[in-house]
Design a protein around this ligand. Structure first.
Ligand code: UT7
Length: 318
């Protein structure tokens, strides 16, 4: 399978910033517990007029600008989300209409929870190969605040809203190296979506923690094996930002802690948005350079997991 290089990145955050202290006023929690157990210091919630769809559109626009591409140059659109405004039409189709992306190309949402952005990259690569075309827009975006039970301190302190978008270009010089998997179960669930009654995220946190610290190193090693690379060849590792302790544990196990990027303190767990939000911050901090190789790994409800090797080369080719 022909590879992809990442040529543009964008993001959008809602306007309402919620600190741990803010949460301690509405549920029995405190800043010390949240920051020590998870690494989270703040997160963002959508305010009136903001939603998964508005965040995704803003992030996608910035990613296209960064890639120096016009919407009509996009050949495939994938949106990863578990919190779209409507069951149908897809967020991706609404984005297509809003941005003026052309017809006769594949445009769809996927639900692979926190692994969704990487499932989206793999899906886009396959679709470009099957349908033809050069450029894919892959977006992860969530409004998890509307799915939270604000009386359940074991989940409501963890999640936040946001969107990250990336533009990819087919790269004939590289193969796509991914490792994707899933194990059906109910360790994380969102109940009641699409019904008038409230929909809440429920999670068996301890089980998911144990799952994550096992699957992340396995997934990273599987992608490196497929690519014929070792950690020495990798510039950065970007894990889904669910818990700083999960990332630190895996970083130690992989023997290269300095390569593991963390920004969970700023946004909490934003599910499908978390990996592109990390890539965005790395780019803005000057950490991502052309020619670098980034190993990304996501895991979440399903359970799902995904690893992918990302080649960085910002800006579309002539
Ligand atoms: O993106 C999807 C993937 N999701 C994940 O990766 C989540 C993975 N799991 C986790 O990150 C952790 O399991 C949690 C952060 C969810 C929980 O951390 P933990 O260290 O596993 O805590 P725990 O659930 O074992 O709870 C320890 C204690 C309990 O009190 P007792 O029974 O020891 O008295 C909880 O009731 O902490 C209590 N607790 C809290 N205390 C203050 C749970 N939530 C809170 C809270 N504030 N928000």
């Amino acid at each position: 399978m022909t590879g992809l290089k990442m040529i543009g990145i964008g993001r959008a955050l809602p306007s309402r910033c919620v600190t741990n202290d803010d949460l301690s006023k509405i549920v029995d929690t405190n800043d010390a517990w949240i920051s020590e157990r998870t690494g989270i210091r703040r997160r963002y919630y959508c305010a009136d007029g903001e939603s998964t769809n508005t965040l995704i559109a803003a992030a996608a626009r910035e990613a296209l600008e960064c890639a120096r591409l016009q919407p009509e140059q996009i050949d495939c659109v994938i949106v990863a989300t578990v919190s779209s405004n409507y069951a149908s039409p897809s967020v991706a189709c609404l984005l297509q209409a809003e941005l003026g992306i052309r017809e006769n190309i594949p445009v769809m949402d996927i639900n692979a929870a926190c692994a969704g952005f990487l499932f989206g990259i793999a899906t886009a690569a396959g679709l470009l190969q099957i349908c033809g075309g050069r450029h894919a827009l892959v977006v992860g975006g969530e409004q998890l605040s509307r799915l939270m039970d604000m009386t359940d301190r074991s989940t409501c302190v963890l999640f936040g809203d946001g969107a990250g978008a990336a533009v990819f270009e087919r790269d004939e010089s590289a193969d796509l190296c991914v490792d994707l998997g899933s194990r059906g179960g109910m360790d994380i669930q969102i109940e009641g979506v699409g019904r008038p009654d409230p929909s809440y995220i429920k999670m068996n946190g301890n089980a998911v923690f144990r799952f994550a610290v096992g699957v992340i190193p396995d997934c990273l090693n599987a992608v490196m094996d497929k690519a014929g690379l070792t950690m020495d060849d990798i510039d950065w590792v970007v894990c889904h930002q669910a818990n700083a302790r999960i990332i630190d544990h895996c970083a130690k196990k992989m023997g290269a802690p300095e390569k593991f990027y963390k920004n969970i303190d700023r946004y909490g767990n934003t599910s499908a948005a978390s990996i592109p939000l990390a890539l965005y911050d790395m780019y803005k901090e000057g950490l991502l350079k052309d020619g670098q190789k980034v190993l990304a790994v996501g895991f979440g409800a399903g359970l799902t997991w995904a690893g992918a090797l990302l080649n960085i080369h910002m800006g579309a080719s002539e």
